[in-house]
Design a protein around this ligand. Structure first.
Ligand SMILES: [Zn+2]
Length: 254
């Protein structure tokens, strides 16, 4: 991905930020400060809402970065040439010089990202009672106002769980679609057939997300609906491209 601001190297892997990332950072901060956070504690003032919103939005992308680093570090350890990680409008992308040559490589490199997100979710969740805060499953049904640390920990465990679940959808080019492809590839010995099935999953999931987004827009959730529709459209079009050519980038959507 071109037009990136270099952040430097982490574990030998080049990390950069695409300009479109600043748009999503602003949008997520704005939406946290204006809807989620005031519902967790109505007495927070504007400065607290925006500062916490920005901090949580940055932590979300730190979580995405850890997810991508897991892909890239394992790929590098398995002998792949990793070009780097880019954070962009829809999340993060790890670029490899070549696609996996064996089903086992594809399986391990793809599965390790969601595994890292699940691990992070578990760690944040475990951490909440350890530091003497309440763990709530659904923050919005909390009956008393949360403090800032509770809000942050609850947001972080939940958002990492969502990252893991969403990326595990059996929809190429998401991780779950790549895991599915590697399994079919191993079972049938046909890379082409496996890619076709996984990409079809990506097209169906993408169109379903577009439909869900449109439904949300009509239900009054304009920003969220537009967001689902954009991600769905991106997913179905990259899945379609995957049908025509092997895609070398593994994409993690936030
Ligand atoms: Zn991933």
């Amino acid at each position: 991905m071109k037009s990136t601001v270099p952040l430097g190297r982490i574990a030998g892997i080049q990390v950069g930020i695409h300009y479109s990332w600043f748009v999503i950072l602003g949008l997520i901060t704005w939406s946290l400060a204006n809807s989620l956070l005031p519902s967790l504690n109505p007495s927070w003032d504007v400065t607290t809402l925006w500062a916490l919103g920005l901090l949580l939005a940055l932590s979300l992308f730190a979580s995405v970065l850890i997810h991508e680093l897991a892909h890239s570090i394992v790929a590098k350890a398995r002998g792949f040439d990793v070009q780097g990680i880019t954070l962009f409008l829809l999340g993060g992308v790890s670029s490899l010089q070549s696609d996996a040559r064996h089903a086992r490589d594809e399986f391990i490199i793809s599965a390790v990202g969601p595994a890292a997100s699940l691990l992070l979710a578990g760690l944040f969740w475990l951490f909440i009672p350890i530091i003497g805060r309440d763990s709530v499953l659904i923050m919005l049904h909390q009956e008393r106002p949360l403090d800032t640390i509770e809000a942050a920990l609850n947001y972080l465990w939940f958002i990492n769980l969502l990252l893991a679940i969403f990326n595990l959808l059996p929809a190429f080019p998401l991780d779950g679609g790549r895991v599915l492809r590697s399994i079919i590839w191993a079972l049938t010995g046909s890379y082409v057939k496996a890619t076709r099935v996984a990409a079809r999953g990506g097209q169906i999931a993408g169109l379903a997300l577009v439909a869900f987004g449109v439904w949300q827009i009509f239900g009054g959730n304009h920003l969220g609906g537009i967001w689902y529709a954009i991600i769905g459209w991106f997913l179905q079009s990259t899945a379609g491209a995957g049908l025509r050519e092997a895609s070398m980038a593994r994409i993690g959507l936030a």
